[in-house]
Design a protein around this ligand. Structure first.
Ligand code: TZP
Ligand code: MG
Length: 211
Protein backbone atom coordinates (compact mmCIF):
# COMPACT_ATOMS: atom_id res chain seq x y z
CA UNK A 1 0.00 0.00 0.00
CA UNK A 2 2.63 2.53 1.06
CA UNK A 3 5.61 3.54 -1.00
CA UNK A 4 7.97 6.37 -0.19
CA UNK A 5 7.30 8.22 -3.46
CA UNK A 6 3.98 9.11 -1.85
CA UNK A 7 5.92 11.47 0.44
CA UNK A 8 7.27 13.62 -2.38
CA UNK A 9 4.73 16.43 -2.14
CA UNK A 10 2.67 15.73 0.94
CA UNK A 11 0.06 18.43 1.43
CA UNK A 12 -1.46 18.98 4.88
CA UNK A 13 -4.42 21.25 5.55
CA UNK A 14 -7.61 21.82 7.49
CA UNK A 15 -10.27 24.51 7.50
CA UNK A 16 -8.13 27.01 9.45
CA UNK A 17 -5.18 26.81 7.05
CA UNK A 18 -6.92 28.10 3.93
CA UNK A 19 -8.80 31.27 3.03
CA UNK A 20 -12.44 31.16 4.26
CA UNK A 21 -14.41 28.25 2.88
CA UNK A 22 -11.75 27.30 0.36
CA UNK A 23 -10.50 23.91 1.58
CA UNK A 24 -12.16 21.80 -1.10
CA UNK A 25 -11.11 24.19 -3.88
CA UNK A 26 -7.56 24.34 -2.59
CA UNK A 27 -7.31 20.57 -2.30
CA UNK A 28 -8.79 20.05 -5.76
CA UNK A 29 -6.30 22.42 -7.29
CA UNK A 30 -3.41 20.75 -5.40
CA UNK A 31 -4.55 17.29 -6.52
CA UNK A 32 -4.89 18.48 -10.08
CA UNK A 33 -1.33 19.80 -9.93
CA UNK A 34 0.07 16.49 -8.69
CA UNK A 35 0.41 16.32 -4.90
CA UNK A 36 1.33 12.79 -3.86
CA UNK A 37 -0.42 12.52 -0.48
CA UNK A 38 -2.89 14.55 1.58
CA UNK A 39 -3.39 14.82 5.34
CA UNK A 40 -6.62 16.15 6.82
CA UNK A 41 -5.45 18.08 9.89
CA UNK A 42 -8.42 19.85 11.41
CA UNK A 43 -7.04 22.12 14.14
CA UNK A 44 -7.04 25.78 15.11
CA UNK A 45 -9.66 28.51 15.38
CA UNK A 46 -12.01 27.42 12.58
CA UNK A 47 -11.72 23.67 13.07
CA UNK A 48 -14.92 21.74 12.54
CA UNK A 49 -15.90 19.00 14.97
CA UNK A 50 -18.33 16.09 15.16
CA UNK A 51 -20.66 15.50 12.20
CA UNK A 52 -19.44 18.58 10.32
CA UNK A 53 -15.86 17.39 10.54
CA UNK A 54 -16.84 13.91 9.40
CA UNK A 55 -18.88 15.23 6.47
CA UNK A 56 -15.97 17.41 5.36
CA UNK A 57 -13.55 14.49 5.70
CA UNK A 58 -15.77 12.33 3.51
CA UNK A 59 -15.91 15.01 0.80
CA UNK A 60 -12.14 15.54 0.86
CA UNK A 61 -11.53 11.78 0.86
CA UNK A 62 -13.63 11.32 -2.25
CA UNK A 63 -11.70 14.10 -3.99
CA UNK A 64 -8.46 12.26 -3.15
CA UNK A 65 -9.89 8.97 -4.40
CA UNK A 66 -10.65 10.57 -7.76
CA UNK A 67 -6.94 11.37 -8.09
CA UNK A 68 -5.70 8.13 -6.55
CA UNK A 69 -3.93 10.07 -3.80
CA UNK A 70 -3.82 8.63 -0.26
CA UNK A 71 -6.01 10.39 2.30
CA UNK A 72 -4.47 10.44 5.78
CA UNK A 73 -6.24 11.63 8.93
CA UNK A 74 -4.24 13.52 11.54
CA UNK A 75 -4.72 12.40 15.10
CA UNK A 76 -8.40 11.41 14.99
CA UNK A 77 -8.26 7.62 15.19
CA UNK A 78 -12.01 7.10 15.42
CA UNK A 79 -12.69 9.28 12.36
CA UNK A 80 -10.01 7.50 10.34
CA UNK A 81 -11.55 4.14 11.25
CA UNK A 82 -15.10 5.27 10.64
CA UNK A 83 -14.51 6.54 7.12
CA UNK A 84 -11.92 3.85 6.32
CA UNK A 85 -9.24 6.42 5.50
CA UNK A 86 -6.03 5.31 3.82
CA UNK A 87 -4.04 6.03 6.95
CA UNK A 88 -3.44 7.88 10.17
CA UNK A 89 -0.77 10.34 11.26
CA UNK A 90 0.03 10.50 14.97
CA UNK A 91 2.08 12.88 17.07
CA UNK A 92 4.16 11.91 20.06
CA UNK A 93 1.33 12.87 22.43
CA UNK A 94 -1.43 11.13 20.48
CA UNK A 95 -2.71 7.57 20.77
CA UNK A 96 0.13 5.04 20.89
CA UNK A 97 0.61 3.01 17.73
CA UNK A 98 0.57 -0.29 19.60
CA UNK A 99 -3.03 0.50 20.63
CA UNK A 100 -4.26 1.18 17.10
CA UNK A 101 -2.27 -1.22 14.95
CA UNK A 102 -4.95 -3.90 15.03
CA UNK A 103 -7.42 -1.51 13.36
CA UNK A 104 -4.92 -0.13 10.85
CA UNK A 105 -3.55 -3.28 9.25
CA UNK A 106 -2.78 -2.52 5.62
CA UNK A 107 -3.18 1.22 6.22
CA UNK A 108 -0.51 3.91 6.18
CA UNK A 109 0.83 4.91 9.60
CA UNK A 110 2.88 8.07 10.06
CA UNK A 111 4.51 9.38 13.21
CA UNK A 112 5.93 12.82 14.04
CA UNK A 113 9.49 12.74 15.32
CA UNK A 114 11.01 16.07 16.34
CA UNK A 115 14.40 14.98 17.61
CA UNK A 116 16.56 11.96 18.46
CA UNK A 117 15.08 11.54 21.92
CA UNK A 118 11.64 11.15 20.36
CA UNK A 119 13.07 8.78 17.77
CA UNK A 120 14.63 6.62 20.48
CA UNK A 121 11.46 6.43 22.53
CA UNK A 122 9.25 5.53 19.53
CA UNK A 123 8.40 1.99 18.51
CA UNK A 124 8.73 2.24 14.75
CA UNK A 125 7.88 -1.39 13.99
CA UNK A 126 4.58 -0.56 12.30
CA UNK A 127 5.42 2.98 11.21
CA UNK A 128 5.55 3.58 7.44
CA UNK A 129 7.16 7.01 7.58
CA UNK A 130 8.29 9.62 10.08
CA UNK A 131 7.49 13.33 9.80
CA UNK A 132 10.62 15.19 10.90
CA UNK A 133 10.58 18.82 11.92
CA UNK A 134 10.07 21.61 12.23
CA UNK A 135 12.97 22.18 9.90
CA UNK A 136 12.34 25.94 9.72
CA UNK A 137 10.16 28.44 11.57
CA UNK A 138 6.47 27.87 10.97
CA UNK A 139 3.37 29.88 11.70
CA UNK A 140 1.07 26.95 10.95
CA UNK A 141 1.55 25.15 14.28
CA UNK A 142 1.10 27.16 17.46
CA UNK A 143 3.04 24.77 19.69
CA UNK A 144 5.85 23.98 17.25
CA UNK A 145 9.24 23.31 18.82
CA UNK A 146 12.44 25.15 17.93
CA UNK A 147 13.40 24.50 14.30
CA UNK A 148 16.15 21.93 13.81
CA UNK A 149 17.31 23.26 10.45
CA UNK A 150 18.63 21.19 7.62
CA UNK A 151 20.96 19.45 10.06
CA UNK A 152 18.00 17.74 11.71
CA UNK A 153 17.18 16.03 8.41
CA UNK A 154 20.77 15.21 7.58
CA UNK A 155 21.43 13.68 11.01
CA UNK A 156 18.12 11.80 11.12
CA UNK A 157 18.96 10.23 7.77
CA UNK A 158 22.33 9.09 9.12
CA UNK A 159 20.69 7.87 12.33
CA UNK A 160 18.25 5.68 10.38
CA UNK A 161 19.29 5.04 6.82
CA UNK A 162 16.16 3.20 5.83
CA UNK A 163 13.04 4.76 7.29
CA UNK A 164 11.05 6.95 4.91
CA UNK A 165 11.42 10.56 6.08
CA UNK A 166 9.17 13.46 5.21
CA UNK A 167 10.42 16.87 6.31
CA UNK A 168 8.04 19.48 7.73
CA UNK A 169 8.01 23.08 8.87
CA UNK A 170 8.59 26.24 6.88
CA UNK A 171 9.22 24.40 3.63
CA UNK A 172 8.93 26.26 0.35
CA UNK A 173 9.74 25.43 -3.25
CA UNK A 174 12.97 27.37 -2.71
CA UNK A 175 14.38 25.44 0.25
CA UNK A 176 12.97 22.09 -0.88
CA UNK A 177 15.99 21.11 -2.97
CA UNK A 178 18.33 21.36 0.03
CA UNK A 179 15.96 19.29 2.14
CA UNK A 180 15.77 16.50 -0.42
CA UNK A 181 19.53 16.73 -0.82
CA UNK A 182 19.89 16.14 2.92
CA UNK A 183 18.19 12.78 2.71
CA UNK A 184 14.46 13.40 3.09
CA UNK A 185 12.25 11.33 0.82
CA UNK A 186 9.79 14.16 0.54
CA UNK A 187 8.43 17.38 1.95
CA UNK A 188 5.20 18.11 3.72
CA UNK A 189 3.77 21.57 3.69
CA UNK A 190 0.77 23.51 4.86
CA UNK A 191 1.11 27.19 4.05
CA UNK A 192 3.21 27.09 0.89
CA UNK A 193 0.27 25.43 -0.85
CA UNK A 194 -2.71 26.41 1.33
CA UNK A 195 -1.92 30.12 1.09
CA UNK A 196 -0.53 30.17 -2.43
CA UNK A 197 -2.04 32.35 -5.14
CA UNK A 198 -0.70 29.94 -7.72
CA UNK A 199 -1.06 26.38 -6.45
CA UNK A 200 -0.28 24.68 -9.80
CA UNK A 201 3.05 26.53 -10.00
CA UNK A 202 4.10 25.70 -6.42
CA UNK A 203 3.30 22.01 -6.79
CA UNK A 204 5.06 21.86 -10.16
CA UNK A 205 8.10 23.54 -8.62
CA UNK A 206 8.21 20.91 -5.85
CA UNK A 207 7.79 17.99 -8.23
CA UNK A 208 10.71 19.05 -10.44
CA UNK A 209 13.24 18.18 -7.71
CA UNK A 210 12.45 14.50 -8.04
CA UNK A 211 13.13 14.23 -11.75
N1 TZP B 1 4.41 20.02 12.47
C1 TZP B 1 5.63 20.55 12.56
S1 TZP B 1 5.73 22.03 11.76
C2 TZP B 1 4.11 21.94 11.26
C3 TZP B 1 3.55 20.76 11.74
C4 TZP B 1 2.17 20.34 11.53
C5 TZP B 1 3.44 23.00 10.46
C6 TZP B 1 3.97 23.08 9.06
O1 TZP B 1 3.31 24.12 8.37
P1 TZP B 1 4.05 25.03 7.29
O2 TZP B 1 3.06 26.09 6.93
O3 TZP B 1 4.34 24.13 6.12
O4 TZP B 1 5.28 25.58 7.94
MG1 MG C 1 -1.32 15.28 16.99
Amino acid sequence: MFNKEMLRVYFIAGTSDVPDGQLENVLKSALEAGITMYQFREKGPHALTGDDKEALAIRLFSLCKAYNVPFIVNDDVSLAKKIDADGIHLGQDDEKIENIIEDFKGKIIGLSVGNFEEYDQSDLTHVDYIGVGPVYETSSKSDAKKPGGIELIRKMRLYDEDIPIVAIGGITSTNCEMIIGSGADGISTISSIARSKNIPQVVTDYLQYYK
